[in-house]
Structures are given as C-alpha cells and as structure tokens.
Design a binder for this molecule. Structure first.
Ligand SMILES: [Zn+2]
Length: 489
C-alpha cells in the first residue's frame, strides 16, 4: 500500500475508512484490494466477515473464539486482529514453546492470496541473541521467582506493592486537590497522574501488572483513561503495535514522526529552519503533552478509529464505552468537582499546574529513552538492521536502577523493557546484568547510565542529540547553496 493510500476495512460489521499518510512502509506487500484498485479491502472467500483473524509467520489463524480465553485478555489479543502480529506475539510471550502449543490448537484458514501485508521487519525469534537472553531470563529470573511465589512462570504479576503506592498517591493527591486546589496540590496531582501513566497503566496495558488479563485490562483502563485522561485504546495501538515493534524506525514508530514538524528526531525527517532551536524550545513543549494527547485521542478513537499508521482493527464496542466513561470520570473528579466547589477562576491556575507538571516529567522520561546520538536507525550497522533484539537494544537506553524503576514503572530500563515488554516492571533491574553480559559477548553496545543520578548524564546527551538533529543537514546546505548560486546567475 502506497503513501497516502485510502483503505477501508470491516470491523465488527462496520466499515472503517483510514487514510494512511504517515506510514508508507508499514504496509509493504500489495493487498488484494490494491490490485483491484477500488480502495475497498476485499475479503478472501475463506475469510468470513465479522470473524477475527491474525497472521503469524505467514499462517492465518481464526482467533474469534480464543479472544474469550486468551490469558492476556481480549484487549491484547484484538491488537493482532487484521494484521501480521508476529512481532507482537513473539515479543510479548516469554515461553514461546508453550504459546506455540496453544497456537496449534487454533483454527487456521487457508488463504489463496495474502489478505494482510506480511511482516517485513526482523522478527524476535529469528534473533539468536534474543533467544539466548530470553532463555537466561526465564532460567535465572522468572522460574526461580515462580518457584518461590507459587505463581506461573510468566514474567507478569507481582507488582502489587508498586501498584498500591501509585493508587494511594493518586487518592491522596485527588483528595488534597479537591479540598484545596492550589498550584502545589495541582503539581502533586500532576505527579500522581505521571506515576499512574508509568507505574500502573503502562505495565497493566502491556499485560505485566498481574497474571490475569481481565485485571490488567481494568487497571490499564483506570490508570490510563481515568487517572491520566488518556485513552488506553489509543495507547495500546500506538505504543504496542507501532512504537514497541518498530522502535525508532522513522516511518513505523509513531513516537518518531508524530511530533514532527515541531521536533525533528530522525535524520530522514525534513529539516526546517526552526529545528536549530529545538534543543531550547523542546522543554517548553513538554508541558503540553497531556493536552495534545487528550485532544489527539478524541480524534483517533472517536473519529478516525486509527492513529497515524495504525488502524484500530480489533476495536471492541465495550472498549469504546469505557473510553467515554473514563473521560467522564477523569474530567468529573479533576475538573468539574473542584470547579463546582471553588469556582472556575480559583481552579484555573491549579489545573494548569496539574496538567503541565505531570506532562513535563512524563515527556522528560520518555524522550531520554530513545533519543540520543547513535540510537537512530541510520547509526545502526547492517547486522542490527536484520536482528530484532539488536535493533531494540541499540535504539534504546537505560538509566538508574531499582529506585527509579519503582518511580517510573520500569521506563528507566528501556532496553530491558523493549526486549520483554509484557514483564512486570519490578523485574527489569534483575535483567540488567544478563542483558549487559549477552551484549558484551555479542559485541552489541549497551547504552546505559547506571546509578541513582543516571538521569542527569542521559538528559545532557538527549539535549545534545536534539541539537544535532536540529542542525541543517549537509546535503540541504549544499543544495541551498547551489540554488542560491543558480538564482545569482
Ligand atoms: Zn512500553
């Protein structure tokens, strides 16, 4: 499918139209509808409209009935509907031989022609480095913990204390804000929203908070939609399908291109004159992340049913109902209630403090994870471009240790998180020595800033990177010199 192509697909009996403007290489192989040139997604005779299908390593599976039994919950399985989900499948399951057994029990569908584009990006289980790390993580971290706790050796669950602290922090902050809305209580409420976004919703929506898919769905929704005011639907498609699968790839990872033209985070993006100042003005943009995300979510979930490059093909009716309920609760307890009690005027500044403070921290912790010199795809050697694990390791950076994992829901250990996104975040510090050792053996650089103050050197590096990306590319400089010379003639 080409750049800017229109497509429509049937989801739950409805036809969803999507304009894919920003992800030209998201879809590489021509799908049947493209060959007929009518813009309509033609469904193969073997594919029954209304049922749910996914493709994994070239095989089509009917996942309609399995959605009710999927241990990770239907909200995660439905991300796979209508697309090649090989990367999602292999990166979110730690015990590949067990899930492959389950896969064999699912009905397969013989399709004469590809009904969805094949995955062209490197796949996790084709990486020997990934398999080595995965084996060690299971044997040295997950299985001993399972023997001790009596839980299944899944890597998910066991974050009760962290989750409790996040929820308690939110409850106290919300109470204080509603009793006395000030700039200070607003900032505290903003911090609690940041912490919920990282320590509760992020782990729960990845499926790592508990071993129950249903409980993860509830906390994922509460932490994201209710506390943060962001849509967990949008988050799952954007963060899991786009960002995690294709970290830092400029046409497939939304985190790289959705902030453009404001921010230029990759060499392949067009340079504009104001990018020269992006290292300075970026911090002034961070406070507006909440606002931008909430507005964008509304358009994505309600109007287009897609984020740039990713259609919400598996969107379920109850998810949509929960989106509206979440919005009502979020604005009700954080905006309407204090305004009703204290008046609109008295709440404006405290609410600005709430929105901008939490947003600032969230943005800061996000941006240092993948935006440093040497982490862009152009900097990767050919070997890394064909190896999913090496790609994820080389495009991510880790900082700090357990204390910061507690306060950032494991966002600080991005290398470990990107290798095992469905894992409980309190396990990531235990993965660090394993990943480092295997990286050293394989000759793969590990971008890490250990220590309690690791956030500061990594922040300096991030600003240097923003400055570098903001400089006029040499080719552009040459071509503009050439065009000025032409004009002079
Ligand atoms: Zn994540």
């Amino acid at each position: 499918m080409g750049k800017g192509a229109n497509s429509s697909s049937k989801v739950g009996g409805k036809v969803i139209d999507v304009v894919r403007k920003n992800a030209p290489s998201m879809v590489v192989d021509a799908a049947p509808e493209e060959k007929e040139g009518d813009g309509e997604k033609m469904i193969d005779n073997n594919i029954i409209p209304g049922r749910k299908y996914t493709q994994i390593r070239g095989k089509t599976y009917d996942i309609t009935e399995f959605a009710k039994r999927h241990p990770g919950g239907s909200q995660l399985l439905m991300l796979a509907h209508g697309r090649d989900a090989t990367i999602l499948f292999e990166s979110h399951h730690l015990r590949s031989e067990i899930v492959e057994k389950v896969l064999k029990t699912l009905p397969t569908v013989n399709v004469e022609e590809s009904w969805c584009p094949d995955e062209t990006f490197p796949k996790p289980l084709d990486s020997s480095l990934y398999k080595k790390i995965q084996k060690r993580v299971r044997e040295e971290v997950v299985e001993p913990r399972a023997r001790k706790s009596g839980r299944k050796a899944r890597g998910a669950g066991g974050v009760k204390f962290d989750a409790f602290c996040v929820i308690l922090c939110y409850a106290v902050a919300l109470y204080m804000f509603n009793m006395n809305p000030t700039v200070l209580t607003g900032m505290f409420l903003g911090f609690s929203a940041y912490w919920s976004g990282t320590g509760l919703q992020h782990t729960a929506n990845h499926g790592g908070l508990t071993q129950s898919g249903f409980v993860n769905a509830i906390w994922g929704w509460f932490g994201c939609d209710v506390i943060l005011g962001k849509s967990s639907i949008e988050w799952r498609y954007h963060h899991m399908v786009s960002h995690h699968s294709y970290c830092n790839e400029a046409t497939r990872d939304q985190d790289v291109y959705t902030s453009f033209p404001l921010m230029r985070l990759d060499e392949s993006l067009e340079w504009k004159w104001f990018h020269k100042y992006q290292a300075f003005y970026s911090v002034f943009a961070w406070p507006f992340l909440y606002l931008a995300a909430q507005t964008g979510d509304f358009v994505n979930v309600v109007i287009t049913k897609s984020s740039p490059g990713v259609e919400y093909l598996g969107l379920m009716k109850h998810e949509l109902a929960l989106f509206y309920l979440g919005r009502a609760l979020h604005y009700g307890v954080k905006f309407a209630l204090p305004m009703y009690n204290f008046g609109i005027k008295a709440c404006i500044l405290p609410l600005v403090a709430y929105s901008t403070f939490g947003s600032f921290i969230l943005c800061w912790f996000f941006i240092v994870s993948h935006n440093l010199d040497g982490l862009t795809p152009a900097a990767l050697p050919k070997r890394a471009q064909n190896d999913w694990a090496e790609w994820q390791i080389r495009t991510s950076a880790s900082w700090g240790e357990s204390f910061w994992s507690f306060l950032s829901g494991g966002l600080n250990l991005q290398i470990e998180h990107h290798l095992f996104p469905g894992m409980a975040h309190n396990l990531y510090p235990k993965l660090v020595p394993i990943v480092k050792e295997e990286c050293e053996k394989a000759g793969v650089p590990y971008h890490g800033h250990p220590g309690i103050f690791g956030l500061f050197p990594i922040t300096v590096k991030m600003f240097k990177f923003l400055h570098k990306m903001g400089q006029k590319p040499i080719a552009t400089r040459r071509s503009s010199r050439a065009s000025s010379a032409k004009k002079a003639l």
